[in-house]
Design a protein around this ligand. Sequence first.
Ligand SMILES: NC(=O)c1ccc[n+]([C@@H]2O[C@H](COP(=O)([O-])OP(=O)(O)OC[C@H]3O[C@@H](n4cnc5c(N)ncnc54)[C@H](OP(=O)(O)O)[C@@H]3O)[C@@H](O)[C@H]2O)c1
Length: 380
Amino acid sequence: MMKLALLGFGVVGKGVYDEVQKRSDMEVSKVLVRRHIEEIAPIATADIAEIVNDPAIDIVAEVMGGLHPAYEYICAALNAGKHVVTANKAVISAYYGELTELARKNGVALRCTAAVGGGIPWLVNLERCCRLDTVTEVGGIMNGTTNYIMDAMHAAPVAFDEILKKAQELGYAEADPSADIDGDDIRRKLTISANIAFGAQLSEEEIPMFGIRTVTDGDIAAFQSRGYVCKLIATAKRTEQGVAAWLEPTLVDAHALEAAVPQNYNLISFQSEYLGRQSYFGQGAGRYPTASNVVQDCLDIAEGKRAFYTDAAQLMTPDNSGVMHAYYVRTDKADAWLEAITAETLGDGVITKPVRVAQMLPWAKANLEMGNPLFIAAIR
Ligand SMILES: NC(=O)c1ccc[n+]([C@@H]2O[C@H](COP(=O)([O-])OP(=O)(O)OC[C@H]3O[C@@H](n4cnc5c(N)ncnc54)[C@H](OP(=O)(O)O)[C@@H]3O)[C@@H](O)[C@H]2O)c1
């Protein structure tokens, strides 16, 4: 009988508890909480030491979220010889090198399938592909909230703020939506995916991004007039320079697979040398989808599977200087650089000649920081 301790009893924690209750091969024997919850009162504790020092506990499932104290608790569990499963993309993205090394040193497993794609078995299959094939590219639509917003804006003319409010009412978007709409959540998932795909250790802060906060219904109408659909797409690929990684609104052909992704769904893909493209479509969040991947990781550990890490996770800095494409740019503060690369107009914006991602994303970021209204979208 595999004994689990849960750290946190929120959306995902309660989902894991419910799933485990149905099984006879594992049980939740302790739950770390910081307030009284009647349902789990007999097994609740507010003291992490009671969990890490309990020799009967095999797996610690961290479903609290945040960087601290999640990082310290995971380290304590690994050092105490416990396997760790987590759904926490923030902590895995920020401390991938340290945590995988600590797991290896202690001879225990560290698994995080639910951290990228919620209920989609993306990381397990990515890892599996890496066993005998060379993955050349990972990414796609990795955030349900932003896909819900973009999908709704294409279905009928609606202002961004109005549809964001509706997403919040439906529980798809947080009260503070910035991690979703500005890209940080996706960047963490891209970092973890790229690390596993390329045997890398990337720093999420080094991956340039542009979110959807400034998109207008006028932009969408202009895209649709050309047969384009705009999606927020993350990409990491092997290049001659090492690894390129970025995320930005992207115009795809209305017949492309990404264009058909509805509502709050995700579509995450990898490209590999033998297999070509393989895509995973599904619910990237939600209590039971996410909890199912946490429990699946526990079952994998019970079967002896150890970790996601490769033996050689090399520190790498993303280099986007070799990646070029055209962009849609809407700004009322066009400078000489933008004028020099402009090829034609589209709606309230312009279409550029092919530009290096390494130039456009820092330029767009600087303009936003100066308070210049701006929206950009890559053209595939
Ligand atoms: N929700 C999803 O669909 C989803 C999908 C994929 C991944 N994830 C990841 O799963 C993790 C959990 O997400 P969630 O949606 O379940 O969050 P949540 O509903 O906010 O639950 C977090 C729980 O952890 C508890 N907690 C936080 N800090 C704690 C501490 N220091 N000591 C004890 N308990 C603590 C909270 O307790 P209080 O109630 O006392 O605040 C809360 O019960 C996050 O890393 C998230 O990114 C979630």
